[in-house]
Design a protein around this ligand. Structure first.
Ligand code: IPE
Ligand code: IPE
Ligand code: MG
Length: 244
């Protein structure tokens, strides 16, 4: 089955920085873990809404390479949430024809968790609906560094000439190789920074920063972000066709 034609103005790839779980909880006198738990509910709502809208790729920043610096108990909780999510949600995602993928340094994950991720990817590999890309133990600089090492090895082995290294070759060696670049990046929680997310891939992405905390996110806020995106004039360094 070929990819569905997107309704006008629907971004093909939406990337989200799901931020603000801790503050959401703290403001309610709850432990940060309660915010992360509600964050998973928001994630479920968002995946459903994105599927309904017809978004092709949804990439969610779930745990950064730098998040290991958090207290051990919080790190443990976040790892356990990923485990639980795979155990409880992957079958349903498979039913919904969603393809589950992970980007990030999987070698840095404990063996059984890595196997669970690989099994989820294998189970859903043939699905041709939405791609749900989980960025876990992900850092863009680390990803680029890994890609450069692979390319350097190929050069050393004479498989590729330095002059043949193009932006497309570099893009293909990233964890996101084969995926379209994000059209829209949403960050909840009010901060206006990338925090080491998709630095290469977001060269021409439209950014929408929203003050609401991630546990509050869902169909309505996603719809509003897409409305804002549709108002943008994407020029990619060129000029608008009407004013050429
Ligand atoms: C995002 O919420 C979840 C992860 C980074 C794993 P935070 O935990 O960063 O929440 P804040 O930003 O401290 O409120
Ligand atoms: C970015 O949020 C990482 C994720 C949402 C997984 P952080 O909360 O870690 O980012 P900083 O520390 O505010 O930049
Ligand atoms: Mg944060």
């Amino acid at each position: 089955m070929s990819a569905p034609v997107l309704p006008d103005g629907v971004p093909r790839h939406v990337a989200i920085i799901m931020d603000g779980n801790g503050r959401w909880a703290t403001e309610r006198g709850l432990p940060r873990s309660a915010g992360h738990r509600q964050g998973v509910e928001a994630l479920r709502r968002t995946v459903r809404a994105a599927g309904d809208i017809g978004i092709g790729v949804l990439t969610l920043y779930s745990f950064s390479s730098e998040n290991w610096s958090r207290p051990a108990s919080e790190v443990r909780f976040l790892l356990e949430l990923l485990r639980r999510f795979i155990r409880t949600d992957v079958a349903e995602l498979h039913q919904a024809n969603v393809r589950v993928m992970m980007i990030g340094d999987r070698d840095g994950l404990e063996g059984t968790l890595r196997t669970m991720v690989e099994e989820a990817e294998a189970l859903t590999r043939e699905n041709d609906g939405m791609k749900l890309v989980i960025a876990f133990n992900y850092g863009s600089r680390q990803e680029i560094t890994r890609a450069v090492r692979v390319i350097a090895r190929k050069v050393a082995e004479g498989k590729i000439a330095p002059g043949d290294i193009t932006p497309a070759v570099i893009g293909d060696h990233l964890d996101t190789g084969g995926l379209p670049e994000p059209d829209l990046l949403i960050r909840t929680g009010g901060e206006q920074r990338l925090s080491n997310y998709l630095l290469w891939q977001c060269a021409y992405t439209e950014f929408v920063f929203i003050p609401d905390y991630w546990p509050e996110f869902g169909a309505e806020l996603l719809g509003r972000a897409i409305s804002a995106y549709r108002m943008r004039d994407r020029r990619f360094g060129g000029v608008k066709s009407q004013s050429a």
